[in-house]
Design a protein around this ligand. Structure first.
Ligand SMILES: CC(C)(COP(=O)(O)OP(=O)(O)OC[C@H]1O[C@@H](n2cnc3c(N)ncnc32)[C@H](O)[C@@H]1OP(=O)(O)O)[C@@H](O)C(=O)NCCC(=O)NCCS
Length: 335
């Protein structure tokens, strides 16, 4: 039997971000609001993290609402409608259903049916993972317009008495639409993982352990702060440099540096190691929004644009890193 030769899809040569949107939790939570149960202070939190306030969502705002709001804003910004979206990727580690995915529900809410829809679990690297996937999907011809959303309601997994991570965390969602472009708009994604360090940022115990022993309490997040801090500072700057090299640009040729909003001191150290000139605008949204995991990079981008600090076409180096441990970086042209 002679088998037929399969056809394989091919797509446009280039992609870019066509539109961007973001939503923050509606409640402003100050350091004083949370310092008591962790025996901390406004001064300590500001000095060690750069966080002044974090934004959290109220009981009536769930992750789907945050994600849908950001998605609608990004689609509108791209000049498209939900019907133009072929694939929806939501990166989240805080969606409280094992299945179905948040992406399938958001796709329906924004009128993107029958778009392909799935969630990814890559924590604070999830947005950059999503950009890498979307870029590949469009260039392979598998989808024309891909919606990438980073959405987190971290406050549902916060232990108010935990000193290790809870005080950093905020709620929000950021979204972009990726589509075809006449010119290159998304550089190669440099990504990876180090599961040997899985314990460095973790859930206290599994859902099954909680089911079998309710005295353990609702699972929440913990981290080995100094371990994560050193990993981020020493291992992530070289990853960011590799993303610059892969895109064929140098530190003085980019307009913006938009790292995951984990800690202002990590951001400052990375700037030093990458030798970024002062002309490069830096995303520092953590000061008011806190660490919103997968949402933090698109939210920081949304803010830079809203404040008029970056213009359309500006080249931004973005890097996400977090629980896994996982990381991903790329240079993108901003919408
Ligand atoms: C969490 C983090 C802010 C802690 O800061 P740090 O400077 O590393 O703090 P350390 O754990 O070394 O502790 C230093 C001191 O502060 C105290 N401390 C720790 N957490 C504290 C808190 N929340 N409030 C007040 N004091 C605290 C410690 O007890 C210690 O006191 P001592 O010097 O008297 O022994 C920091 O490690 C960090 O930001 N890590 C990376 C976070 C991150 O990026 N996470 C997300 C990844 S996606």
């Amino acid at each position: 039997m002679t088998r037929p030769t399969l056809r394989q899809a091919t797509g446009p040569a280039h992609t870019r971000i066509l539109g961007l949107g973001g939503v923050r939790g509606e409640i402003v939570v100050t350091n004083d609001d949370i310092a008591g149960p962790i025996d901390s202070s406004d001064e300590w939190i500001r000095q060690r993290t750069g966080i002044v306030t974090r934004r959290r969502a109220g009981a009536d705002t769930d992750l789907l609402a945050l994600a849908t709001g950001a998605a609608e804003a990004a689609i509108k910004d791209a000049g498209l409608t939900g019907a133009d979206i072929d694939a929806v990727i939501i990166s989240t580690v805080t969606y409280p259903h094992q299945t179905p995915s948040a992406a399938a529900i958001v796709a329906d809410r924004i009128g993107a049916t029958p778009a392909a829809a799935w969630d990814i679990s890559a924590a604070c690297a999830g947005y950059c993972y999503g950009i890498g996937q979307a870029d590949a999907l469009v260039r392979s011809g598998s989808a024309r317009h891909v919606l990438v959303v980073g959405a987190e309601k971290m406050s549902d997994y916060v232990d108010p008495t935990d000193r290790s991570i809870s005080f950093l965390l905020g709620d929000g969602a950021g979204a972009v639409v990726i589509g075809p472009s006449d010119t290159p708009g998304i550089g190669p994604t440099v990504w990876g993982s180090d599961g040997a360090q899985a314990q460095a940022i973790r859930q206290t115990h599994s859902w099954l352990q909680w089911r079998d022993d309710p005295s353990l309490g609702w699972p929440t997040l913990r981290q080995e702060g100094p371990t994560v801090f050193k990993w981020a500072v020493w291992q992530m700057a070289p990853v960011a440099q590799r993303a610059l090299d892969a895109a064929g640009v140098t530190a003085d040729q980019i307009d913006a540096f938009i790292p995951h909003q984990a800690n202002m001191r990590i951001i400052d150290q990375m700037i030093k190691q990458l030798k970024l000139p002062e002309t490069v605008v830096v995303g520092r949204d953590i000061a008011d929004t806190g660490n919103t995991s997968a949402a933090s990079i698109p939210l920081a981008t949304e803010r830079l644009r809203r404040e008029g600090l970056v213009e359309p076409g500006a080249l931004a180096l973005q890097i996400g890193f977090g629980a896994g441990l996982v990381y991903a970086a790329q240079v993108v042209a901003l919408p």
